[in-house]
Design a protein around this ligand. Sequence first.
Ligand SMILES: NC(=O)c1ccc[n+]([C@@H]2O[C@H](COP(=O)([O-])OP(=O)(O)OC[C@H]3O[C@@H](n4cnc5c(N)ncnc54)[C@H](OP(=O)(O)O)[C@@H]3O)[C@@H](O)[C@H]2O)c1
Length: 250
Amino acid sequence: MDELLDFAGKVALVTGGSRGLGREMTLALAERGANVVIASRKAEVCEAVAEEARALGVEALPYACHVGHWEQLGELADAAYERFGKVDVLINNAGMSPLYPSLGAISEELFDKVLSVNFKGPFRLSALIGERMAAGDGGSIINISSTASLNPSPDSEPYGAAKAGLNAITRSFAFAYGPKVRVNCIVAGPYLTDISKAWDMEAFEKRAKTSLALGRGGQPNEIVGAALYLASDTSSFTTATLIRVDGGTP
Ligand SMILES: NC(=O)c1ccc[n+]([C@@H]2O[C@H](COP(=O)([O-])OP(=O)(O)OC[C@H]3O[C@@H](n4cnc5c(N)ncnc54)[C@H](OP(=O)(O)O)[C@@H]3O)[C@@H](O)[C@H]2O)c1
């Protein structure tokens, strides 16, 4: 294995590591030797992915929590440090983008939930873990954003605004915790994960053919190359930036 992509002895914490893009990134890191912390709301799904990781020869800590709840993030960070003594890679991946009939139909409860999961949670967890990384051996924080943050549209709010906030704090945290900690953002385009189950696939495929440079949605494992790049020393001079992995979304 290329030394630069060898994660043996490293610890990676992935929120939303139980499904979709998060599961792919978790297992890709585990395959390359990283011990992993898998956090999502459903303990049994985290445990199933932890079992897959252990089968690859690494240690895995499944952890059930809601990333929109401030105090639960403190408990998550403490659990990771108690078990492994460090976190080298944090991937703020958990997110949700509910559909709605009109902007006026969005309730305060839904608004707050979308902001909490996509923005407040990554802010708090980056602060909790970034400070410890900066005080220790450093690390890499990767935020998973969306093209909805760069191309705001009336059918993807307040999600797009929450992810735009995530883009903004990528830069702030990179300056706060650099040079020991690098903080970057992957701006994801459309991927065929559980999120896409709510889409009108016929309409999506038609639109994708003409509007995306690659003419299709991404497979979940197509996020992995960018995640490994940002998590590893191959990106040692890359920080405070956004990298689009979106199939050529306009
Ligand atoms: N798929 C796309 O087209 C697309 C496009 C742009 C950006 N993204 C972004 O990419 C990231 C991953 O998306 P995905 O497509 O892989 O989604 P997904 O398949 O729906 O998986 C979402 C993951 O987040 C976890 N999660 C959701 N709400 C949570 C909460 N409140 N607390 C803790 N964990 C929570 C889920 O586990 P539990 O249900 O067990 O909590 C699951 O592991 C998200 O940030 C999303 O916004 C995706």
